[in-house]
Design a binder for this molecule. Structure first.
Ligand SMILES: Nc1ncnc2c1ncn2[C@@H]1O[C@H](COP(=O)(O)OP(=O)(O)OP(=O)(O)O)[C@@H](O)[C@H]1O
Length: 260
């Protein structure tokens, strides 16, 4: 379980300080899919970077309660996928190598590493593409490489920052379903930030709604929609519409801009 308690983050700004996260507390249970929405500039990326140990906190704590580890640097249990696959993949390295590199310290034996790479590429339906370069693939395929790289690491937690924001609508829907499938198969715990309320409700077990800056948690909405989810059947449920309205009301209470 991941526990976030009274997390605070300010940045130095114009000789003073910019308070971004004022007081953020929530937990993520093992195996849970938690989505986070909030207005632009609320500090969602800042929050994820603090959760992943990539950014020092100004106060509060982030703890992996199973191991008791306080997250002060990137922990081995967590892997991240960011929005901009074009910046996160190395264009000069083939797909297989991109997926393999983070494994180098974890798995010393080359053969085992390659097995893990092939398995991860299969999980995202990219078997046969290990010898392609990222620039030879479509945007959606490149983001699948970034997901495979995270999966190959066999993390307990996957932290995703707007991972589907740079692809077209149909690819986005396909990637959403892919992540639901791999999460189910690998028993992953996922925290995902999105601007898109439909996506937050469709994917999540709970939606954490953040206020505008200086940011607090406005509320957490439990998504009591049946699984497995389906782009057509789930989104046609009256309960889906009720939940998206509930989240939208919580966000717009703050006067925020969102994709609804
Ligand atoms: N490294 C940094 N140094 C100084 N200020 C920063 C830094 N990173 C982010 N900020 C500021 O913190 C605030 C929150 O930024 P952040 O990117 O975390 O928000 P966000 O909710 O993810 O935004 P968006 O929804 O637009 O992607 C912004 O005002 C931003 O300018």
């Amino acid at each position: 379980m991941l526990s976030v308690e009274h997390l605070k983050k300010s940045y130095p700004h114009s000789g003073g300080s910019l308070e971004v996260l004022r007081d953020i507390s929530f937990t993520v249970e093992a195996g849970e899919f938690v989505t986070i929405v909030g207005p632009s500039g609320a500090g969602k990326t800042t929050l994820l970077r603090c959760l992943a140990g990539l950014l020092p906190r100004s106060g509060g704590s982030v703890t992996l309660t199973t191991s008791g580890r306080v997250v002060d640097s990137p922990p081995p249990e967590i892997a991240c996928v960011f929005q901009d696959y074009s910046r996160s993949l190395m264009p000069w390295s083939k797909v297989g190598r991109n997926v393999e590199i983070p494994l180098k310290n974890k798995i010393r034996e080359r053969g085992k590493r390659h097995e893990q790479v092939e398995r991860a590429l299969r999980e995202v339906d990219l078997d046969g593409f290990a010898d392609s370069y990222p620039w030879q693939l479509s945007g959606g395929m490149q983001q699948r490489v970034a997901i495979a790289r995270a999966l190959a690491y066999r993390p307990e937690f996957l932290i995703m920052d707007e991972p589907f924001a740079s692809v077209d609508a149909q690819t986005r829907a396909d990637l959403e379903d892919l992540i639901l499938r791999v999460r189910h198969d690998a028993g992953l715990t996922i925290v995902l930030v999105t601007h898109d309320i439909d996506e937050a409700v469709y994917l999540g077990d709970r939606v954490v709604v953040m206020s505008g800056r200086p940011t607090t948690v406005v509320d957490t909405v439990t998504v009591d929609l049946p699984r497995p989810r389906s782009q057509i059947a789930t989104k046609a449920l009256p309960r889906f519409a009720e939940l998206r309205t509930e989240v939208l009301k919580l966000i717009t209470r703050d006067g925020a801009e969102v994709t609804a």
